[in-house]
Design a protein around this ligand. Structure first.
Ligand code: PAF
Length: 291
């Protein structure tokens, strides 16, 4: 049911749609303002990183739509979809507080109706790194984003730079499929000690939480060394060793070309240092520019 501003006392400034007809009606009424639509796709468990995305979308001047959908297609069989944190009332309160005009809350049957036969197949920036570590993950992300873009038909969609590879994969897909929207990347929001905000941080034990900021510290120190002219491989090896000694299991710590995610030996103007390292069962992702 679509709750209009007047009908919903809990969220007086935000509409909520749970079905496609309600979504279409709500988007059509928002488009009447003439300034287009902005969009922030999420899986809920909203934190300050999501707040920054919604606020950027709202600040651009067009009404903002945000989706909350925990997408089963981007979890592989070894990952626990049922453990993904869900708190719809808290998430809706965050969206309303940030000035979101419409929350889109589809169910699994709406997103993946019986009999469907199409998913997005990816190469290029989806290969390597998270693509290797989580087979099928980017196929799931790209497929759900393509569907959400088709449902909401936004002019701009906002993604965090924290998931750098995801941002490049979506940007590439939108360019390759000639989808009529712009993808906007928003800088990573961090805790005061540098840890990148993530829905997974809540699962860190106090001891792991104390170690977690070392990942960002290593990325920043390595970027500085590269800018000062250090040779790439020894500097990357040193960072991997320091992380291992601090208690991380390092999945990768690499210097890549920003848009393509291809490994590079020398920093270029779009270079990015990307890393994923595990603390217990929690995988922490982070990346920094190398300027
Ligand atoms: O970054 C996320 O939260 C998800 O991968 C996204 C983009 C909402 C797709 O499910």
């Amino acid at each position: 049911m679509l709750l209009s501003n007047a009908a919903c006392t809990k969220f007086p400034h935000m509409m909520i749609a749970r079905t496609l007809p309600d979504l279409r009606a709500a988007c059509a009424s928002l488009r009447e303002t003439g300034g287009g639509l902005t969009f922030v796709p999420t899986m809920g468990a909203l934190h300050d990183g999501h707040r920054a995305l919604v606020k950027a979308a709202v600040a651009s001047g067009a009404p903002a739509v945000a989706s909350i959908f925990v997408n089963p297609l981007q979890f592989n069989p070894t990952e626990d979809l049922s453990r993904y944190p869900r708190d719809e009332p808290a998430d809706l309160a965050v969206l309303e507080e940030c000035g979101c005009s419409l929350a889109w809350l589809p169910d699994v049957e709406t997103m993946y109706p019986a009999g469907e036969a199409t998913t997005i197949s990816l190469t290029g920036p989806a290969e390597r790194w998270e693509g290797d570590a989580r087979p099928g993950h980017f196929r799931g992300v790209a497929t759900v984003c393509a569907k959400l873009f088709g449902q909401v038909r936004p002019d701009r969609a906002y993604f965090g730079e924290k998931d750098w590879q995801q941002l490049q994969v979506i940007g590439r897909m939108v360019a390759d499929l000639l989808l009529p929207l712009e993808i906007v990347g928003i800088e990573t929001v961090r805790e005061t000690d540098g840890l990148a905000m993530s829905s997974r941080n809540r699962f860190l034990s106090p001891a792991e939480r104390a170690i977690a900021p070392v990942l960002n510290r290593m990325l920043k120190e390595t970027a500085r060394s590269l800018v000062e002219g250090a040779v790439t491989e020894p500097v990357l090896d040193n960072a991997r060793r320091n992380l291992t000694e601090a208690g991380f299991g390092v999945d990768y710590f690499a210097l890549v070309d920003g848009p393509t995610l291809a490994p590079i030996a020398f920093a270029n103007p779009t270079a990015r240092l990307i890393a994923t390292a595990r603390l217990g069962a929690i995988r922490l992702l982070d990346n920094v520019a190398v300027l």
